[in-house]
Design a protein around this ligand. Structure first.
Ligand SMILES: C[S@@+](CC[C@H](N)C(=O)[O-])C[C@H]1O[C@@H](n2cnc3c(N)ncnc32)[C@H](O)[C@@H]1O
Length: 338
């Protein structure tokens, strides 16, 4: 990933939860993942990949962010879906097929659509396996007619699905503009890996955040209540637990800004004083003002994203935007000419 920051590490294992109530097994490649994490912290331009935001508390904090007035993506996407659902489902129907929710979080977005989409199977995929298992358990009680399973996996390099995922028509649902956490090149590679799981009759439903003035973008990632700051700082608690580092949260402050060059929001943690961080077998110092890059969130354009889909072997079957042109929802299907 460009600029090191937000560099996406991979844990190419797929660990199915044992049904909606299951919990993930410890990843076999966890040690390698921790080694990569520590190498990123030790690097001259320190970075922690954004997947480390999502421990149980991180997932809850993200859910709180979506309720903030400044965080327009969730609200705008929900309104878009409400307004255009008949046209979206006509472009790629889900009824009777499998809905695969990528980065499902609390599964709330997909669940709101169940009555309209009527999938036979629902597969929720997320790195935050414990949080996912709890959400799925509750959801299964509400929708006993849908077969549900959770897949606890890290799809940051490529998507792998276990054989338990039905092979019939699959619709991949990737809302919330999480695709923006990938560099454009890595996003194309990820979309191409989704394409390989789609078969010839599958589809991708994907939410994409669009470029807009920084006066709208920056408050969405730096809210006055400090929820996004807590979400960002919580990454250090997760890393302390996972890698044995001794980050003290009070030593760090949340920084978020829009860089119009690459067209992305960057989030960082900045040392408020000189800091020494230690971990088993290592450590490093940070000067006051030195930063750890924790997230990129790329903002796209309609033609630019269409082209990315095309490069991934997908054809845009339709796209919809809100009246302000802040957010887009795309439906893409396999491109026969790819
Ligand atoms: C920005 S949240 C979106 C949640 C929800 N889909 C929504 O739109 O509100 C990103 C979700 O993707 C999950 N996630 C982040 N990185 C991931 C990775 N590398 N592999 C699998 N899931 C990941 C997180 O746990 C989180 O639930």
């Amino acid at each position: 990933m460009a600029n090191g920051a937000g560099a996406i590490c991979s844990r190419p294992v797929t660990e199915p939860l044992s049904g909606p109530t299951g919990t993930a097994n410890p990843p076999t490649s966890a040690a390698r993942d921790i080694a990569r994490l520590l190498a990123g912290i030790a690097a001259p331009t320190a970075a922690i990949p954004p997947k480390w935001f999502y421990d149980d508390l991180g997932s809850r904090l993200f859910a709180a962010i979506t309720a903030l007035p400044e965080y327009y993506p969730t609200r705008t996407e929900a309104e878009l879906l409400r307004a255009h659902l008949p046209a979206i489902t006509a472009a790629a129907p889900v009824v009777g097929g499998t809905l695969v929710d990528l980065g499902a979080g609390d599964c709330g977005k997909a669940a709101a659509l169940f009555p309209h989409l009527q999938p036979r199977d629902y597969v929720a995929v997320d790195i935050s396996a414990e949080f996912l298992a709890g959400c799925l358990q509750r959801l299964q009680r509400l929708h006993p007619q849908i077969a549900m399973q959770g897949v606890g996996t890290d799809f940051s390099e490529r998507l792998e699905l276990p054989p338990s995922v039905p092979t019939g028509r699959r619709t991949f649902f990737y809302p919330g503009s999480s695709i923006g956490n990938f560099t454009p090149a890595d996003a194309v590679a990820f979309l191409a890996s989704v394409r390989t799981h789609m078969g010839d009759d599958g589809a991708l439903w994907i939410g994409v955040d669009l470029q807009k003035p920084r006066t709208v973008l920056e408050p969405a990632y730096d809210d006055p209540l400090g929820v996004t700051a807590a979400f960002n700082k919580n990454v250090l608690t997760h890393v302390n637990r996972a890698a044995g580092t001794d980050f003290a949260l009070a030593d760090w402050r949340h920084v978020a800004f829009y860089d119009s060059g690459p067209g992305r929001i960057e989030m960082h943690l900045e040392a408020v004083r000189e800091v020494r961080v230690r971990w088993p077998g290592g450590g490093r110092s940070f000067a006051r003002g030195e930063r750890i890059h924790t997230e990129n969130s790329y903002k796209h354009t309609i033609p630019g994203f269409r082209e990315m889909l095309q490069r991934a072997g997908l054809r845009t079957a339709g796209h919809w935007t809100d009246p302000k042109g802040w957010f887009a929802f795309f439906v893409a299907t396999p491109d026969g000419t790819a």
